[in-house]
Design a protein around this ligand. Structure first.
Ligand SMILES: C[S@@+](CC[C@H](N)C(=O)[O-])C[C@H]1O[C@@H](n2cnc3c(N)ncnc32)[C@H](O)[C@@H]1O
Length: 339
């Protein structure tokens, strides 16, 4: 554990302990108070440009579109570069986005993942790694009712048909020498199934530690087929009938793999978009210190509650997650497909 402290920041509301620090407010403002080179690792899921609206606030990134979105997000990317320790990683969860007739003039796809990569590179980050997260097309079709995924459409005219949208993690490294190597074997497997036999674990520093080797063989795969889609922090109570869209928490398996891969125990793990607290909660459960910002009062309150919950109580199960609106990029495309 390093001697670095979680930063002291004045915000609308905050919950600060020695294990985590979460603040309510605009990430673009709050991040200015964070000292340079002080964060060891970061992971976040940005609002996807033009797709969802989480609140009515102008400060909400999901309310900016086009150039305004990219100016807003680019500012944060540069600030995240400033606060991250040299040689360390920040991981971003992205999806490709559907286009619509109304917005883009055609039905198809937009390379949002590529746009995000370019924005991070433009700010001075090195593009470091990426992994595709498998999605079940049948589940996606059942949720979104997308014509692109419908067999009826394939039979009628398959030029409209296309694959389901996957999730991706794209990771970036801040240039410079990492002063604190992220060293040691992988000590757990997170994902579908039992994973490798822990009896094969030898020592933390053993490069022939077969438990760690077998976990790494799975994590090093360019496609993660074994993410439990419904293992998310529970969020049903964070829903707000007046919002245009609801939050979709990032899968805990994805966050935990990133944390295990790219941070040491005791490290400070940052997210500019806390939501209901998934990244900070997972960081604390993994023995790191979590640190994040959230604009929306309701999500922030839910994050506060989640941080104080028992792990068993705080994760939701398949049925609860399925009953709630999902991160349904395909659904909005569908509206256009029928028009
Ligand atoms: C995709 S969600 C993040 C969900 C989070 N990964 C989780 O699992 O709970 C994006 C979040 O960014 C928040 N947000 C949007 N603009 C913001 C801003 N300027 N400052 C802080 N949070 C913001 C939204 O309210 C929303 O909760």
């Amino acid at each position: 554990m390093t001697a670095r402290k979680l930063p002291a920041i004045k915000a609308v509301d905050q919950d600060v302990t020695d294990r985590y620090a979460i603040y309510q407010g605009d990430a673009c403002e709050l991040i200015r108070a964070v000292p340079g080179d002080s964060v060891h690792f970061g992971v976040h899921s940005p609002p996807f440009e033009g797709l969802y609206k989480f609140s009515g606030s102008d400060r909400d990134l999901s309310n900016s579109e086009g150039d305004a979105f990219w100016r807003h997000y680019q500012f944060l990317i540069s600030e995240i570069l400033r606060i991250t320790m040299p040689g360390r990683i920040h991981a971003v969860h992205v999806m490709q986005l559907p286009t619509s007739k109304r917005r883009d003039g055609f039905i198809g796809m937009r390379d949002f993942r590529g746009e995000v990569i370019r924005a991070w590179q433009d700010a001075g980050w090195h593009f470091h790694s990426e992994v595709c997260i498998w999605k079940d097309a049948v589940v996606a079709q059942a949720r979104s009712k997308s014509h692109r995924l419908n067999h009826k459409q394939l039979v009628k005219d398959s030029t409209i048909s296309g694959q389901a949208l996957a999730d991706y993690i794209v990771a970036f490294r801040k240039p410079g020498e990492n002063p604190e190597p992220v060293a040691g074997a992988l000590r757990r497997y997170v994902g579908e199934g039992d994973g490798p036999d822990f009896a094969k674990f030898t020592t933390d520093g053993d490069s022939r530690n077969w438990f760690s080797i077998e976990v790494w063989q799975r994590y090093a795969s360019p496609v993660w087929m074994d993410i439990r889609q419904s293992r998310t922090l529970q969020y049903l109570t964070a829903r707000d009938g007046h919002d245009e869209a609801h939050i979709s928490p990032l899968q805990l398996d994805v966050i935990e793999r990133c944390i295990d891969l790219w941070s040491n125990p005791g490290d400070i793990v940052f997210t500019p978009f806390l939501g209901i607290g998934s990244e900070v909660w997972a960081a604390c459960q993994a023995g790191r210190r979590g640190f994040g910002f959230e604009l929306k009062d309701k999500y922030f309150r839910q994050a506060k509650t989640n941080m104080r919950r028992d792990p068993a109580e705080a994760t939701s199960d398949a049925l609860a997650a399925l009953a709630a609106p999902e991160r349904d990029a395909e659904a909005s495309e569908d509206l256009e497909a029928v028009s």
